[in-house]
Design a protein. Structure first.
Length: 204
């Protein structure tokens, strides 16, 4: 079974309409997506499965994972809002629709409240790439740069350094107990390494 067929099966297991699943997969396969593509969707779904024991409604988190980057254009700053609007329109009367919309919006800042178990799972799953092995992390960073190919190098380095510095300034990058145990140290190491390569100053 290829990756797309596997993902169709995972969408069907959530009770999603086939045409909506196919539309989402087409979106994630858009050619300008070098990181935020089908492989990212699958990785986030895998991480949600890994952290699902912490969730209050794991299937709502899985649905939110499908929609969280459904709209992605590096030139716009409202991708999460547009993705949430798409989820609202496509899920219609689904009982989890409101929760899915809320969760998608959380991925703009990755800052769930302490009691928000579903938000913690989705945010941790979305950021799990930060804790990848160094080779995979380097490929991720290169893919992000490719998505912003229209941005001049100096501007990209400055903007990326700000993002990394902000992340390192957080007390915690991850919000679930498992996420902190499995991802926190490696993610901070990767972020510091990338920041050094960009010529930025180190965070905490």
């Amino acid at each position: 079974m290829d990756e797309i067929e596997e993902l169709r099966g995972r969408w069907a297991a959530l009770g999603g309409a086939p045409e909506t699943g196919d539309d989402l997969l087409r979106r994630y396969a858009e050619p300008h997506r070098r990181y935020h593509g089908v492989a990212h969707l699958r990785a986030v779904l895998d991480a949600v499965d890994d952290l699902a024991g912490h969730a209050a409604d794991a299937d709502a988190v899985r649905l939110a994972a499908w929609f969280h980057d459904a709209v992605y254009d590096p030139a716009r700053d409202d991708n999460e809002r547009a993705s949430a609007d798409l989820a609202r329109a496509r899920l219609g009367g689904h009982p989890a629709a409101g929760e899915v919309v809320r969760l998608v919006l959380l991925t703009a800042q990755h800052a769930p409240l302490p009691a928000d178990r579903d938000g913690a799972v989705l945010c941790d799953a979305d950021l799990a790439i930060l804790a990848a092995d160094p080779e995979t992390y380097a490929a991720y960073a290169a893919a992000v740069r490719a998505e912003y190919a229209a941005v001049p190098d100096d501007a990209f380095r400055a903007g990326r350094a700000r993002v990394l510095g902000d992340l390192l300034g957080h007390r915690w990058l991850f919000h679930t107990p498992a996420g902190r145990d499995r991802y926190e140290s490696a993610a901070r190491r990767n972020l510091r390494t990338e920041l050094d390569l960009l010529g930025g100053s180190r965070g905490a």
